[in-house]
Ligand binder design. Structure first.
Ligand SMILES: Nc1ncnc2c1ncn2[C@@H]1O[C@H](COP(=O)(O)OP(=O)(O)O)[C@@H](O)[C@H]1O
Ligand SMILES: [Mg+2]
Length: 330
C-alpha cells in the first residue's frame, strides 16, 4: 500500500494540516517544534492503531475538544480516527470501531533519533523497542503481550495488599505462565532470525569483518509448568517487595560487538551501523512474514548520519515508500 495523503485536525499543535505524499520519498521540512514528528505519529496511529509515544489525551490539541486524522491510500481506501477527549474511534467505510481492525493495519518501520542509542539504553527501553518490532512481525505477539501486562498489573496490585494468600494469586500466575512462555518463545525465535543476518548486513554497511550478535537474556524456562512454579516460589519475596520479581518483564537484549558487549566497545559510528543493519533486517523480516512492503518513517535521523550511512539508507529502502522529516534540506 502507498499513502496518498494524511490530514490532521487539532492533532497536537496542528489545527489543520495536510501532507500529500510522493509514491517514493516525501520530505517534511520544518524547524524544531514545527510538528514534524506529530505528522509521523498520525500516520503511525492510522496504520498501527496507537501512537509510539503518547496517549490520546496528550495528543489532543490543548485548545480543542476533539482531534481527527485521515489517511488516504493510493488505492482509494481511507482510514480515519477521531478522539473526543474520552473515546477514540477508527472509522472505515462509515463503520466505527474502537480498535484498528487487523485487516486495515499496515506495517511500518519507524526510525527515531533515540533508536540510535538503543544499545546503551535501559533494559526497559530495549524491551519496549523489541516489543514494538515483534508486534509488527506477528499479531499474536501483541495480543499475548497485552494480556501478560494486564495480568502482571493485577498481580502487582494484589501483592500490595496485606491480607494476601498464595491461592489468591493462582489464576494470575496461570496467565503469566501461559503468556510468559509464549512470549519468551517468540522473543527467542525472532532474535535468532535477526541474528542470522545481522553480521552480514552490518558488514555490507561498515565494509569490515566485525561480528555482531544480539543476546536475548531471560530467566524464563521453556515449560509453562516450570514458569508457574517459579512464580509460586517467589510468593514470599514478591509479597514483601510488593511486585512480581520473576518473569519476562525483566528480560533484556544485549548487543555484542566482536563477542564483547557493544555498549562500551563499539564506537559511535559502529553503533550507528549496527542500528542501521537492524532496521534493514526488520524491514526484510516484515516483508518475508507479511508479504507487504513496510512504509518507512525516518524521523530526523539523516542529520545524525554521515554521507556513507545516508547512502546505504536511501539505497536499502529504494523500493519502499519513505517519509522523512528533517530540520535542514537534505
Ligand atoms: N496536545 C498538544 N497541543 C498543542 N501543542 C502540542 C501538543 N503536544 C505537543 N505540542 C507541541 O507541538 C509541537 C510539535 O511537536 P513535534 O511534532 O514533536 O515537533 P517537531 O518534530 O517538528 O520538532 C511542540 O512544540 C509541542 O510542544
Ligand atoms: Mg521531532
Amino acid at each position: 500500500m502507498i499513502i496518498k495523503s494524511i490530514k490532521l485536525t487539532n492533532f497536537r499543535n496542528h489545527s489543520t494540516y495536510k501532507l500529500t505524499c510522493e509514491d517514493e520519498t516525501s520530505l517534511i521540512l520544518g524547524s524544531n517544534g514545527w510538528g514534524k514528528t506529530s505528522v509521523l505519529e498520525a500516520i503511525y496511529i492510522l496504520t498501527r492503531g496507537k501512537s509510539f509515544r503518547a496517549t490520546d489525551s496528550e495528543i489532543l490539541n490543548h485548545n480543542a475538544d476533539y482531534y481527527r486524522i485521515e489517511l488516504e491510500y493510493t488505492s482509494g481506501e481511507i482510514t480515519t480516527a477521531t478522539y473526543d477527549g474520552k473515546t477514540k474511534n477508527f472509522i472505515i467505510l462509515d463503520k466505527k470501531t474502537k480498535r484498528l481492525p487487523k485487516k486495515y493495519k499496515y506495517p511500518i518501520i519507524l526510525f527515531l533519533p533515540s533508536d540510535l542509542n538503543l544499545i546503551s539504553h535501559s533494559p526497559g527501553r530495549r524491551r519496549e523497542y523489541f516489543d514494538r518490532i515483534f508486534s509488527e512481525f506477528d499479531d499474536s505477539y501483541s495480543t499475548s503481550l497485552s494480556k501478560y501486562q494486564k495480568a502482571l498489573k493485577q498481580r502487582n496490585e494484589l501483592l500490595k495488599t496485606d491480607s494476601l494468600t498464595k491461592d489468591t494469586l493462582f489464576s494470575w500466575n496461570l496467565m503469566l505462565a501461559k503468556y510468559g512462555t509464549n512470549l519468551t518463545k517468540l522473543r527467542s525465535e525472532f532474535i535468532n532470525e535477526i541474528n542470522s543476518n545481522l553480521t552480514n548486513v552490518y558488514r555490507s554497511i561498515a565494509e569490515n569483518t566485525d561480528e555482531i550478535n544480539i543476546v536475548y537474556q531471560t530467566e524464563a524456562p521453556e515449560s509453562e509448568q516450570k514458569y508457574l512454579s517459579r512464580l509460586e516460589d517467589c510468593f514470599e519475596r514478591d509479597h514483601y517487595l510488593g511486585h512480581t520479581t520473576f518473569g519476562i518483564h525483566r528480560d533484556d537484549y544485549l548487543f555484542e560487538f566482536n563477542h564483547s558487549l557493544a555498549d562500551g566497545s563499539a564506537s559511535r559510528g559502529e553503533t550507528r551501523s549496527i542500528i542501521l543493519a537492524l532496521k534493514f533486517i526488520e524491514a526484510d523480516l516484515v516483508y518475508q512474514k507479511l508479504h507487504q512492503k513496510p512504509i518507512i518513517l525516518l524521523d530526523d535521523v539523516f542529520s545524525e548520519l554521515d554521507e556513507t550511512r545516508r547512502r546505504h539508507l536511501v539505497k536499502n529502502f529504494k523500493d519502499n515508500q519513505v517519509i522523512i522529516t528533517s530540520v535542514d534540506m537534505i
